[in-house]
Design a protein around this ligand. Structure first.
Ligand SMILES: *[C@@H]1O[C@H](CO)[C@@H](O)[C@H](O)[C@H]1NC(C)=O
Ligand SMILES: *[C@@H]1O[C@H](CO)[C@@H](O)[C@H](O)[C@H]1NC(C)=O
Ligand SMILES: *[C@@H]1O[C@H](CO)[C@@H](O)[C@H](O)[C@H]1NC(C)=O
Ligand SMILES: *[C@@H]1O[C@H](CO)[C@@H](O)[C@H](O)[C@H]1NC(C)=O
Length: 439
């Protein structure tokens, strides 16, 4: 029996073991079926899926979930960073565009930058420049609720001089400082800010000579306050052609000399005649224009005799050119070649310039100036470039291509070698009559 018992016990054990294995197989299969049969929509929903998973797996899964979560958090913060960078570069671009398109909006950071620009200027200079608050209702047209007075970029490079210029007693006489002011302008502080003082009037000013006599008469000395140079009056300025010394436009104040004959004859060379130039266009269609660096205004005087109105820009180099031009009954404009011409595009019939636009002007600046002349001329308008001076090699290499580039059409072109006391050097003049194309 003992052996039988032990055999049956062994069989019982085997049976139990088999049963256990069977149970285990059934259980794992059920588990597998359960996992794979779980609805797909639940797959991305951790709680509904993992809450039914037996305990032994949850720790691993939680760990995995944790790392996934951490990765998710990390990439989320990276995306946020990228979005921030994008936003800041977007606002930077927006800012730049605003600066390009609009008058400066002085809020927050921009305001302090602008104040930095004006630092070291005296009170009156800062006050003149602004900002000046606009009354309500004027904002939309201006694109800002503030307005500033113009000053040239060079002003910020010469703040000490600008503050000196802006030092005066408000409401009283201005200092006599034309030469100082002009020096500042020539450094690119142009336009200068406005001042709240009165320039001195000449002590014995008399009414101007009437037209047309005024065109060719020298005004009385009493009409002038002119201090800075040796010549303090028109009598002296008229006579200085007889004295040694080199001055800009030395004989320009003497209207009975060379001035009287300028642009009257056309010999087919460098010097064109006004009538010949006007004849290039239908009669009467050249009516308004500009003479850049027009000395004492003789070009404008000759044009006025032909019913053409010319504005003459002139600096007061070595003489009171602006006062003299005005006394002739012509319009003087005290601007240097640094400044954008104060005319709207496509407006003028003619622009003339003699001696001034030449190789002394830095190339880039000259190119900007030529484009500005093109801008203000109307289609079919004339650009008379009178006696442009340069070296022989520059003529064809630099200036001819530059004029072509700007887009002028040549109507007349004459070159001539410059003679220095009868000796030929490789220095050239050219005179050109150019036209802004009709289309
Ligand atoms: C998951 O991470 C959190 C902190 O990020 C931690 O407190 C928690 O114990 C972690 N769980 C596991 C299961 O590692
Ligand atoms: C004009 O100025 C010169 C020197 O600049 C002087 O000798 C002359 O007396 C002045 N004439 C008048 C009328 O003021
Ligand atoms: C200028 O205009 C006036 C008045 O219209 C006229 O009498 C005169 O003949 C004109 N002069 C010339 C040169 O065209
Ligand atoms: C410039 O070029 C023209 C023709 O292209 C030539 O006739 C002239 O001699 C050149 N001028 C100089 C100064 O080199």
């Amino acid at each position: 029996m003992g052996s039988e018992d032990s055999i049956s016990k062994k069989q019982e054990c085997k049976m139990k073991y088999k049963l256990k294995i069977l149970l285990l197989i059934v259980l794992t299969n059920i588990l597998t079926i359960f996992i794979f049969a779980a609805p797909k929509s639940n797959f991305h929903h951790p709680t509904s899926r993992f809450s039914q998973i037996p305990v032994w797996d949850t720790t691993i899964l939680l760990l995995k979930l944790n790392t996934t979560q951490e990765e998710l958090i990390l990439s989320r913060s990276q995306i946020t960073d990228l979005q921030k960078q994008l936003k800041s570069s977007h606002s930077l671009v927006q800012q730049l565009l605003n600066q390009l398109n609009q008058p400066p909006q002085l809020n927050g950071a921009t305001k302090s930058n602008f104040n930095d620009l004006l630092a070291d200027l005296n009170y009156e200079a800062k006050l003149a420049i602004g900002p000046h608050k606009l009354p309500l209702g004027y904002n939309p047209r201006m694109g800002s609720d503030e307005i500033f007075s113009s000053v040239g970029g060079g002003c910020l490079k010469h703040k000490h001089s600008l503050s000196l210029y802006m030092s005066y007693k408000v409401g009283e006489d201005c200092p006599v400082d034309d030469v100082f002011a002009q020096t500042l302008m020539l450094k690119g502080c142009e336009p200068l800010p406005r001042r709240r003082c009165r320039p001195k009037s000449p002590a014995n000013y008399i009414e101007p000579t009437p037209l047309p006599e005024s065109l060719w008469s020298t005004p009385p000395d009493s009409s002038l306050i002119w201090d800075p140079y040796t010549c303090k009056n028109y009598t002296c300025l008229k006579e200085r052609r007889n004295f040694p010394g080199s001055y800009d436009c030395k004989d320009c104040f003497y209207l009975q000399g060379r001035e009287k004959t300028r642009w009257l004859w056309d010999k087919g060379g460098l010097d064109f005649g006004i009538d010949q130039v006007l004849a290039m266009k239908p009669k009467g269609t050249i009516r308004i224009g500009l003479d850049i660096g027009g000395g004492s205004g003789t070009f404008a005087a000759r044009m006025k005799e032909r019913n053409v109105t010319i504005v003459t820009t002139s600096m007061n180099f070595d003489g009171p050119f602006n006062s003299f031009i005005a006394s002739r009954g012509l319009v003087p404009l005290h601007v240097s070649i640094s400044q954008r011409f104060p005319f709207f595009e496509n407006t003028l019939d003619i622009v003339h310039s003699m001696h001034v636009l030449s190789s002394w002007i830095p190339h880039t600046m000259l190119e900007f100036t030529l484009y500005d002349i093109y801008r203000i001329l109307r289609p079919g308008g004339l650009f008379w470039l009178d006696r442009f001076f340069c070296s022989g090699s520059q003529l064809n290499a630099t200036y001819v291509p530059m004029l072509d580039r700007v887009g002028f059409r040549k109507l007349r072109w004459n070159t001539g070698m410059k003679l220095d006391r009868g000796v030929k050097k490789n220095e050239w003049y050219f005179s050109a009559l150019l036209e802004k194309p009709m289309t």
